[in-house]
Design a protein around this ligand. Structure first.
Ligand code: SAH
Length: 397
């Protein structure tokens, strides 16, 4: 077996690993070899020499991301085993269907593969590395993917890590096809609806796969309603609302690129449908200028307001202000879908921000549903940091 270099922890710093939390913080390390390279696989030992786990070493506050709590090599066989487990679970969850070819195959720590995201769009896999070690192992991962997914469901593999790797690591990753790329269609199906997915230039891997179930719930409530999809991006919620029988749907995003992606996706499914309109405008400005009672179903799905702990207070103020603007304008009997995808903000904090907005608005507000991320974005119970998406569905009188 390949012998890996060893990192030894300080006394008492082994407890979180013994509870299967997959991160080793830099302050926990007592010693490591001087020649240990960033991205290299290392064995992590407790101060008494007991083996704890094997993972990728990286410079920064999280020094090791544990890939396995067993003493095993991190090779092609390892990735194949992990990916096979992830694919089996998606199939068992009935996410892999002819009318649903869009799903997340690997969700980092939630699939025991810290640093790795793989989204599937039809016959294309988009692979994203969030750690130097995963970047260095990308060929092993691509080979494992080819072994695990049926050949006819995997024709293209796009690697998209330019924006997700630490720039100090000087890896110069390239966003590029690692397999296929010729004649790729870019169209995938989610719950029977078609979406054009732009993994080359789009945000994240090109699409927000994590809102699939929440879009379906919105579809259910859309019949006859006048819908505002604020922060529409690729128009996911808009297309579901149209299928749900909405009277009218307005999609708004500050980015004109996003608005044109939305238009494209509406046309793909409901070509020429006069119920849909879109505009490129700032959310706060738009909400300020609309008349009270214009909409009776609104979606607020903003980008993460807080990307790190230091930004939490400002972000909470932002959520409060945004939700207040929507609640003030909602028609009586209206429904508000409101979200936060800030990982550092807890669901209690988010709910408190929305509570403050409700109280200031003076509206009678009840919580109908509390939403989260779907089953293909599982949360490793030993790694609560994996929980990031939270939403509330409110009935506003
Ligand atoms: N709801 C979408 C995802 C939203 S992503 C979906 O289901 O796919 C967040 C979007 O907010 C981005 O498209 C971004 O362009 C937009 N955005 C960011 N700041 C904004 C602002 N101040 N006003 C309006 N849109 C904004």
């Amino acid at each position: 077996m390949k012998s890996y270099k060893e990192i030894v922890l300080r006394p008492k710093k082994d407890e979180s690993l013994k509870r299967f939390h997959p991160w080793v913080f830099s302050g926990a390390i007592a010693s490591k070899p001087d020649d240990l390279q960033e991205g290299e696989v290392a064995r992590v030992l407790a101060s008494d020499g007991i083996f704890l786990g094997v993972g990728h070493f990286q410079i920064g506050s999280i020094s090791v991301r544990i890939l396995s709590f067993r003493d095993e090599p991190i090779d092609a066989g390892f990735y194949e085993k992990r990916l096979a487990g992830a694919y089996k679970m998606r199939r068992e969850l009935l996410l892999v269907r002819p009318d649903n070819t869009t799903y997340r195959l690997v969700h980092g720590e939630g699939d025991h593969l810290p640093g790795l995201i793989i989204d599937i769009y039809g016959n294309t896999a988009v692979v994203q590395a969030h750690s130097v070690g995963i970047h260095k192992d990308r060929s092993l991962i691509v080979e494992a993917l080819k072994q695990v997914l049926p050949a006819d469901s995997l024709e293209h593999i796009f690697y998209k890590s330019e924006g997700t790797l630490p720039y100090k690591a000087e890896l110069e990753p390239e966003d590029t096809y690692l397999s296929g790329g010729e004649g790729v269609s870019g169209i995938a199906v989610e719950n029977g609806l078609k979406f054009h997915i732009d993994w080359l230039k789009g945000q994240k891997t090109g699409f927000f796969v994590d809102q699939r179930e929440n879009r379906k719930l919105l579809e259910y409530y859309s019949k006859g309603r006048h819908v505002l999809n604020m922060f529409c991006y690729t128009g996911g919620f808009s297309v579901y609302a149209l299928r749900g029988g909405a009277a009218k749907v307005d999609s708004v995003d500050s980015s004109s690129k996003a608005v044109s992606l939305t238009e494209q996706n509406v046309s793909l499914n409901f070509s020429g449908d006069q119920r849909h309109a879109s505009c490129s405008e700032d959310a706060f400005k738009f909400l300020k200028q609309i008349p009270q009672g214009e909409y009776d179903l609104m979606v607020l799905d903003p980008p993460a307001f807080a990307k790190h702990r230091g930004a939490i207070n400002n972000a909470l103020q932002g959520y409060k202000k945004l939700n207040l603007s929507a609640l003030e304008k909602m028609a009586p009997g209206g429904i508000l879908f409101t979200f936060s995808c800030s990982q550092v903000i807890s669901k209690e904090q988010f709910r408190l921000a929305v509570f403050s907005a409700a109280a200031i608005s003076g509206r009678k507000v009840r919580i109908l549903h509390q939403l989260t991320q779907p089953a293909d974005h599982p949360i490793n119970i030993y790694h609560p940091e994996g929980e990031y998406l939270k939403g509330l569905v409110l009935y506003v009188e």
